[in-house]
Design a protein around this ligand. Structure first.
Ligand code: NAD
Length: 347
């Protein structure tokens, strides 16, 4: 089992320092003189000294990777490929995913298990998981991995209940590494000047309050165990643009709130090594969008033509980005909005 970030045992202490200094120098740049550094930064405070690693981030237990590993190696050190076996690996991680009975939440839960997660807890409204969820559980079960897909019936609007679920998972697993807040609702086309208060509130309750409560539930456990973690809030391109010809003022407003929620939480939680980012998809075919696309067939062409790729996206096209955000491959990414929209916002 490995933790997200524990100090590593260092070999010859100067070799790594020199390797890091060498790797910091771009090709062709002036030589990075340690004496020049010493003039502005006392040697005792050098960020590459193991005891000062808080300046450059504590290295993971598997040690330096990439160029630093190559420069640290002696001719007899066996070379190691680490990108997919270590940085992108989710081995032994525990995740909490809301809205995961189906759609993007289920797709991401499955990706985490393929990445090696120990357990992914899927929260959603129905008392029992649906057919799609059952089928995915059975399928990943046959992959031979040890990871578990667990289902918990819960309403993300209930802060107390969601915190309790976080605590129960934390007590059982002894860690919490990843959270995806994917539960969300989209209401029908409604004129902004007539938008009813209750309908607006209903959207805010799930898409804003529910996202906060889910992030809190996991974040409180991440803080409790002190291993850092990655919280991924599912926003939307609709948080920063308006979907043309769609009167979705509540949805768009809620997704904007999620963007700022992530930046705000990222700033508060950075010192605890808890990263908070948003993932903003464009049009993806799920039950949510099928409610529009399947009832108004002309919409498929229309939405497809709103991006330079000329098509809408598939849920599986978010597997890579969510694995990246959840894993050590993105340890310097926080407070960011990652947009995956087929170029919709480029036009
Ligand atoms: N599909 C897209 O094109 C698209 C684009 C951008 C963003 N998103 C966002 O992605 C997320 C997932 O959407 P999806 O497309 O998979 O839709 P979906 O409707 O298939 O999934 C949403 C899930 O959230 C659950 N949910 C709703 N209210 C809940 C509550 N109070 N408590 C717990 N669970 C609740 C639903 O039961 C459902 O399983 C949403 O936040 C959505 O706004 C989707």
């Amino acid at each position: 089992m490995f933790r997200i970030a524990m100090p590593i045992a260092f070999g010859p202490k100067t070799r790594l320092a020199h390797a890091l200094l060498r790797s910091a120098r771009p090709a062709g740049a002036a030589r990075f003189s340690t004496s020049a550094v010493a003039r502005s930064v006392p040697a005792s405070q050098s960020p590459v000294k193991p005891e000062n690693q808080k300046r450059t981030g504590v290295l993971p237990p598997y040690g330096p990777v990439g160029v630093a590993a190559a420069l640290d190696a002696t001719p007899s050190t066996p070379p190691k490929e680490t990108l997919f076996t270590h940085e992108f690996s989710l081995a032994d991680r525990v995740a909490l995913v809301s809205g995961a009975n189906r759609g993007l939440g289920l797709e991401m839960s499955m990706a985490f298990l393929e990445g090696g997660a120990r357990a992914v807890y899927c929260l959603d409204m129905p008392a029992q998981p649906g057919e799609e969820w059952q089928k995915v559980k059975e399928y990943v079960g046959r992959m031979g991995g040890k990871g578990r897909l667990e289902y918990i019936s819960a309403d993300v609007r209930d802060q107390e209940a969601i915190w309790k679920i976080g605590e129960t998972v934390g007590d059982k697993e002894g860690r919490m590494d990843v959270c995806v807040a994917a539960a969300g609702v989209l209401k029908s086309h409604t004129d902004c000047l007539e938008y009813p208060a209750k309908q607006f509130q209903d959207v805010m309750d799930v898409n804003v309050n529910g996202v906060l409560f889910t992030a809190q539930a996991a974040g409180r456990q991440m803080a409790r165990f002190g291993n850092g973690g990655s919280i991924i809030l599912i926003a939307s391109m609709s948080g920063s643009i308006t979907n043309r010809d769609n009167a979705w003022v509540s949805y768009n407003t809620s997704k904007s709130a999620v963007l700022q929620m992530a930046r705000s939480m990222a700033c508060e939680l950075g010192p605890k090594r808890i990263r908070v980012n948003t993932l903003s998809p464009g049009h993806i075919y799920t039950h949510m969008t099928a409610a529009h696309l399947d009832t108004q067939p002309h919409l498929l062409d229309k939405w497809a033509n709103l991006n330079p790729m000329g098509r809408i996206g598939r849920p599986d096209e978010l597997r890579g980005v969510v694995a990246w955000l959840a894993s050590d491959a993105s340890t310097f990414c926080t407070g960011s909005d990652i947009i995956v929209d087929g170029g919709h916002r480029a036009w």
